[in-house]
Design a protein around this ligand. Sequence first.
Ligand code: ATP
Length: 932
Amino acid sequence: MADLAERPLHHLPAHEVVLLLESDPDKGLTSEEAGRRLERFGPNVLPKFRRHGPLVRFLLQFHHPLIYVLLAAAAITAVLGEWVDAGVIFGVVLVNAMVGFIQESRAEKALDALVSMMKTEATVRRDGRRTKIPSAQIVPGDVVLLESGDKVPADLRLVAVRELRIDESALTGESVPVEKADLVLAPETVVADRRNMAFSGTLVAYGQGRGVAVGTGAATELGRIHQLIGETTEIATPLTKKLAYFSKVLTAAILGLAAVTFLLGLWRGQNPAEIFMAAVALAVGAIPEGLPAAVTITLAIGVSRMAQRHAVIRKLPAVETLGSTTVICSDKTGTLTKNEMTVQAILAGDRTFDIEGAGYEPAGEIREVGRQSSTVNREEVARQAVTVGSHVPLDTALCELLTAGALCNDAQLVEQEGRWTIVGDPTEGALLVAAKKAGIDPGQAGERFPRIDAIPFESERQYMATLHRGDSGREAVIYLKGAVEKTLRLCDRMLTAEGSEGALDAPSVLGQTDAYAGRGLRVLAFARKSAPADRATLSDRDVEEGLTFLGLQAMMDPPRPEAIAAVRACRTAGIAVKMITGDHALTARAVAAQVGLDGRKRPENGELVAMTGQELAATPPEALADAADNTAVFARVSPEQKLRLVEALQARAHVVAMTGDGVNDAPALKQADIGVAMGLGGTEVAKEAADMVLTDDNFASIEAAVEEGRCVFDNLTKFIVWTLPTNMGEGLVLLTAIAAGSVLPILPVQILWINMTTAVALGLMLAFEPKEPGIMRRPPRDPGQPILTGVLVERIVLVALLMLAGAYGVFLWEQQRALSIEAARTAAVNVFVMVELFYLFNCRSLDHSMFHVGVFSNPWIWRGVAAMVGLQLLLTYVPVMNRLFHTVPIDGTAWLLIVTISVLVYLIVGFEKRLRRWWLQAPPERPTVAQP
Ligand code: ATP
């Protein structure tokens, strides 16, 4: 294969490029050749790029104001000759940096795993066949097929295009899609103007195309840019940013306070070394240094839990927003329903038929409605099918209708070990099954009337059409299928049951459509038109008028049972669910009723009101918010209207999650607070625009993600409520001692010990807390509400005061027992740790006791508790630790006191929660029960 690096490929005709690449524009590469090239060129992925290597990332751990303070303190302590203290402080800083580094790497890994879950696929021609392969396996020379919604998987020289328009904003910043063409361009043409090329990472906005891969992986334009700017995995959300800011301000304030304390002490003539140590202790104790790391870890754990439940987060802030979601706007097909279609009823000519059978197995009778014993004779239909499209008058429309369904179709029906499945769109798969039930073989029909060209289905167009060569040189025939209203507009006559063409009876067709849709069936209309035998292409203009209506096929798509449960769960969680679908209003309404949606109802019969796209368009802007807020079902909605709906709901201060799969859903997905794309059925464009991608396209996964989102927020709050009292308590103890001019009850190195060990062994375990029972029985969190409500602030202050009283009290009491000052300090340190340990159990639920969430529901808590107890015993009884941390062994009496205080704190907080629950539940004025 020639070296392409220096060749201006856009300047060569397409066939020369193909030649250079030793490929075949029609057949593509062979699998063996592709395998060889994969070895030679490597996978089609961008090289992993980290802005910082591990060493720099480790060093960055020291880049915090508090660490500077600690390092300065260590240096000054060393100058003062306190080598052990200096060493301990330095050691703690080092350990802290290591823990931070590991945690950060873990969080990043969890997020990286998401990236690898989001592997994209591409359609290529290999061995003469159209196949889907992971984009990573594309090699130079591969013939890649593009269609609207795809992400271009490699740099391609286009060999054929059909109204192909590509959004290259990711590469060039140009937001208007570029119209592509198979041209030969001047050598100096810049990348943005190379209209005969498609570039990796750009998105197909419209049309179709075929191109040969000329560059993969790092050898693409995207790869070049990627190397220039690198890639950042930022672990930040509005909340983490807010907390980081809070931490910064707090740090500055506490450093100020420490400085003032130091100066005040000097002014009062205290020993400079001692008062310096006191100021350092204050700074170390009062700054919640574990907070940012805990937040990151909690978010990362939430993200991987969501991924396990089929919701892959693409943008981290979504984790937070999910917990506040108030409205979920969902597609119908495949999300609320199973997307397993079965044709159940047919209108052909003026006759209606029922079809038996479920699933994709082509077994079941077709029975004419109203006639007792009139099943369709398969042999008869098969015989007639031979004449399809040949303009020999057919004596039945049914056969032509089913053949139209089989030919105007991109799906395939496959049997594997007796199991029938379909490849492609289930709507189309159902049509193949229906045809086969009547004895029409889609494969044979396709061979007899080969497809020459097609207009693919798109939601906006609402139809698909195909052009087929006629039998033995006869006229060609166009088949069209689509939404009923749309199709009828294109027809001016209809095929009668006997096969002659008669006047179109639109009202009766629409009546039958309503009858089917009212049963929740999805209705498709079919039509045909003949075309000159030499017609080679098909465009929208060819089917604008003059079609002959063939009939209707109505299919059942059962609701997903888990979606029904999820809708119910959303309802108790105060989240409104709305269905926004391209389907018929009556079908939508029937399905909505089946899955249990709740919204505006008709007063006369209590049925859900379904608003159509047309009605939406006619609704004045000022009335839209009201309509959007109160209506549960929106049918025949265009993607632009989805955007309007999101905006209208947001105007009502709703936090909106919106699903989408098509190219044109992208603006709505971006506008929504949480854009949700379908991982299986969605286009790459939609995924790119979304905040979250569902790997199973299931509504229940959105509800699961909301649940996890709420849990993340809960766990973050729990950590904050757990950690702040310690900082405050330590600060208060030190300030009290300084004010009283007494010796410090806890030393800086001891404070360092408390803060570092408890944060990792105890606090972090809260990130693993499972969801609280009833998490989906409370209303969504108001995003404007601060993390710490008044109640929580009060609790933090209460526990801080209890810590102050406990630690200071024990410190004084131990001294009174005429024990050493070291023993008194050791006891005080143990009070802090043990109170934190027992208070951790309180923090497992913000409103209830630990028994409400299950004593053993979070095994990590118990592991952490065991580790912490072990660490405290080491600190208290191991001689080395005694030397390093100025501790001494303490006696049983001291322990008894420490544990009693800790249990008391646990009970007091438990009582406080109970009191508040009682207060909240108590009606404002208790009704007095009349005594007889
Ligand atoms: P949702 O938006 O909930 O997924 P949907 O799948 O019904 O709903 P669209 O895909 O936009 O929405 O389909 C709109 C209409 O177009 C359908 O009601 C049907 O009449 C018609 N239609 C759907 N799929 C095809 C197809 N493959 N070929 C022709 N017409 C189709």
